[in-house]
Design a protein around this ligand. Structure first.
Ligand SMILES: Cc1cc2nc3c(=O)[nH]c(=O)nc-3n(C[C@H](O)[C@H](O)[C@H](O)COP(=O)(O)OP(=O)(O)OC[C@H]3O[C@@H](n4cnc5c(N)ncnc54)[C@H](O)[C@@H]3O)c2cc1C
Length: 265
């Protein structure tokens, strides 16, 4: 069934990083009181180009459901059509979209989870975290350990850093691990690529729980669709990082169903 086309207006906008030209954009949907979606899903934004051709791009929802409001996080892609169009929107400008769409959503019941992102791949992770640790209402993390391993080149490009640091200070079971691939000497945090830090999380967790590594394969008599695991990884960003992180997890014996991915390219 074709989804209806909805309209939303830009209600707020701020630059998350001048060097990467990344923006946080807040929208209000017209004519709906409740835009129901599952955190991690995306919308498909539509626009007719100068020749009358309908263009369409996917953008992850960078917020948890909140009545008719939602957020996007996107960066200008050099020479890109749609990203520049959206980053140039002014307050009050409208977009047309379909959705919510997609299956990049938290598996339930909530388990220990490693959220792995680079660049604007942090968008659905922000949605997950707002839902797991809402400012108002019950904490949905159920005491499970949630790690956000976020990779970027420079400290100035760590999107939503203050927000995630504040969340980690409030919730001992949320572990925020930004890592830089090209840090200045003055950077005292983690260095290198996300997959290296994911490996350390898995090794330390397995040691603390007395679990073997690599993990033994699941019982072959259980159909893959019925398998449940005590930890999942959610990976979002561009293909090379997703492939590298997935390979690292597989080397620890992780099953393909434990690794949930969203590719932007
Ligand atoms: C499910 C899904 C969710 C997405 N969510 C987001 C999101 O939340 N935020 C976001 O910024 N983008 C997101 N994207 C990417 C987005 O749909 C567009 O591809 C991107 O904005 C480039 O569109 P464009 O028209 O400007 O460039 P185009 O002219 O279509 O393409 C330019 C090139 O840029 C590459 N590219 C795509 N995304 C990026 C990126 N983020 N950084 C660098 N290069 C890129 C493409 O592979 C392509 O080769 C998502 C993609 C998918 C499939």
């Amino acid at each position: 069934m074709t989804q209806p086309i909805l309209t939303a207006r830009l209600a707020g906008k701020h630059c998350l990083s001048a060097s990467t030209q990344c923006f946080h954009l807040e929208f209000v949907a017209d004519g709906v009181t409740d835009l129901a979606f599952t955190p991690g899903q995306f919308i498909s934004v539509l626009h007719e180009d100068a020749t009358g051709k309908e263009e369409m791009r996917a953008y992850s929802l960078a917020s948890a459901p909140a009545a008719n409001r939602f957020a996007l996080c996107l960066n200008r892609v050099k020479g890109g059509y749609f990203s520049n169009l959206i980053c140039d929107l002014a307050i009050g400008d409208a977009i047309q979209f379909q959705g919510p769409l997609g299956y990049f959503t938290l598996r339930e019941p909530i388990t220990d989870s490693i959220l792995i992102a680079t660049g604007t791949g942090v968008a659905p992770m922000r949605g997950f975290l707002q839902w797991l640790f809402p400012q108002q209402g019950p904490n949905r993390s159920q005491g499970r350990h949630i790690w956000l391993v976020y990779g970027t080149r420079h400290a100035a490009d760590i999107y939503y850093r203050e927000e995630f640091e504040a969340l980690a200070a409030l919730h001992p079971n949320f572990h925020y691990l930004p890592t830089l691939s090209r840090p200045l000497d003055s950077w005292s945090g983690l260095r290198g690529y996300v997959q290296e830090h994911v490996a350390r999380i898995i090794e330390e967790r397995a040691a603390s729980l007395g679990q073997p590594l690599p993990a033994p394969p699941p019982d072959p008599s259980i159909p893959a669709s019925e398998l449940h695991f005590d930890i999942y990884a959610y990976i979002c960003g561009l293909s090379p990082m997703i492939t590298a992180a997935r390979e690292r997890l597989k080397a620890f014996g992780w099953h393909r169903r434990q690794i949930i991915t969203e590719r932007y390219d």
